[in-house]
Design a protein around this ligand. Structure first.
Ligand SMILES: Cc1ncc(COP(=O)(O)O)c(C=O)c1O
Length: 396
């Protein structure tokens, strides 16, 4: 697939042809898991069969032998060294590796936000309950300005602060935070940073070096299109030694990035990782800037169509270069869970109802394989549901 004619519909039709059909639902929840391109699916099936032939030698001598190259490819994409990358099952595992692995003592403080991923908050609270560290919340709203978000984190710092937990893009609404500024603030105060990049990596360009964080975590089965069950943890080289692995490493010496790799989990089916190489190849062929531009274009396209639907309210900043595929909207005065259900059951359109603190609504996240006419279908279904609901409920 050449990206020379990337702007045209023909190009996106060829991208579409590279993906499995999404049925029976129109899949507008790629933020949860994106389908792997066909070439990835096939590579994984082939590897699975290969494993069955002689598991002991095919997994560890053949398939795992390709992992250094996979790490080199990923290192190019995220702008780090290959020996700073560990491959694991998902973001949850990478996040827990960092969260439970940072040496902390009772009284040390960690700053989180109320919008961080629930398992991230639960992991920090577990450390609080077990070890007496203190978890402090930086208070801001998801529609606040970048300056307000940085100020909220800054206001939460004290001399006992040891870690800043940052979510690069919130899964609730697709809001991107000024992660580079937050990491700089942390560095200037001798504080470590754990950055949750589960939603943003491969959706738009990310540079580990430019961010300047200590730990960067992502899933590869979201926007990278690797098979479900793949994740990546990047650890800044000078943090590797003093960070504990989640499980005690199989092989000494434990001071290299290998101590965080999947093989410390025990026996694991390497066939899943065979899909990472074709996924990164296709991703590079299209190019992350092109992918980002397409996702942003698709979001602006459907939001523009939906703006005049009665009660439509968007909870994601639209007018920013950081806009990607993920947004949250709600319809005023309606039960948004019921709107989601009708879209799915009557119109076969799959969005995701999300509820957190005072926010609730439907998350929409198309993929690069989504066609504009499918977004037309989604918006006209939404319009019909909303008009029917408003007419049934009568005047306010
Ligand atoms: C921001 C964020 N962090 C972490 C995760 C956890 O990812 P996984 O389920 O792949 O472990 C998700 C999943 O949606 C997420 O959106």
């Amino acid at each position: 697939m050449s990206s020379t004619d990337l702007a045209g519909d023909d190009f996106w039709e060829r991208v579409r042809a590279a993906y499995p059909e999404q049925r029976p639902l129109l899949n507008l929840n790629n933020a949860a898991v994106s389908p792997p391109p066909l070439v990835v699916e096939q590579a994984t099936i082939d590897a699975y069969r290969l494993v069955s032939q002689n598991p002991d030698s095919t997994m560890w001598q053949k398939l795992d032998a390709g992992l250094p190259d996979v790490k080199a490819q990923l290192a190019e994409l995220i702008d780090c060294e290959p020996d700073e990358i560990a491959l694991n099952r998902n973001s949850t595992e990478g996040l827990c590796t960092a969260i439970f692995g940072i040496p902390l003592s009772a009284g040390d403080r960690v700053v989180v936000s109320a919008w961080d991923y629930p398992s991230v908050l639960a992991a920090w609270r577990q450390r609080q309950d077990r070890e007496g560290i203190e978890v402090v919340t930086a208070g801001f709203d998801l529609m606040d300005s970048d300056d307000d978000i940085v100020a909220a984190y800054a206001a939460a710092l004290t001399p006992r602060t040891r870690v800043l937990q940052v979510t690069h893009m919130y899964h609730w609404t697709g809001r991107v935070v000024p992660a580079e500024r937050l990491c700089r603030l942390a560095r200037e105060n001798g504080i470590r940073t754990v950055v949750d990049g589960a939603q943003i990596f491969a959706q738009m360009p990310v540079s580990f070096r430019e961010l300047g964080c200590d730990y960067y975590i992502t899933s590869l089965h979201k926007w990278m299109g690797a098979p479900v069950g793949n994740g990546m943890l990047v650890v800044r080289r000078d943090r590797i030694d003093d960070t504990w692995p989640l499980l005690a490493p199989f092989d000494p010496p434990p001071l290299r990035i290998d101590k965080f790799d999947h093989w410390n989990l025990g026996t694991y089916n390497s066939a899943l990782q065979a899909g990472i190489a074709p996924a990164t190849r296709l991703h590079k062929e299209i190019g992350v800037e092109t992918i980002h531009a397409r996702l942003r274009e698709l979001t602006r396209y459907w939001v523009d169509l939906a703006q005049d639907i009665p009660g439509f309210r968007l909870h994601t900043p639209l007018d920013t270069e950081n806009l990607g595929a993920v947004t949250l909207f709600s319809i005023d005065h309606l039960d948004n869970r019921a709107v989601e259900r009708q879209l799915r059951e009557i119109y076969r359109v799959h969005t995701k109802y999300r509820e957190v603190r005072h926010l609730s609504g439907l998350r929409v996240s198309p993929g690069i394989y989504t066609r504009k006419d499918e977004l037309d279908r989604f918006v006209s279904a939404l319009r019909e549901v909303v008009e029917k609901e408003y007419s049934e409920r009568g005047p306010l």
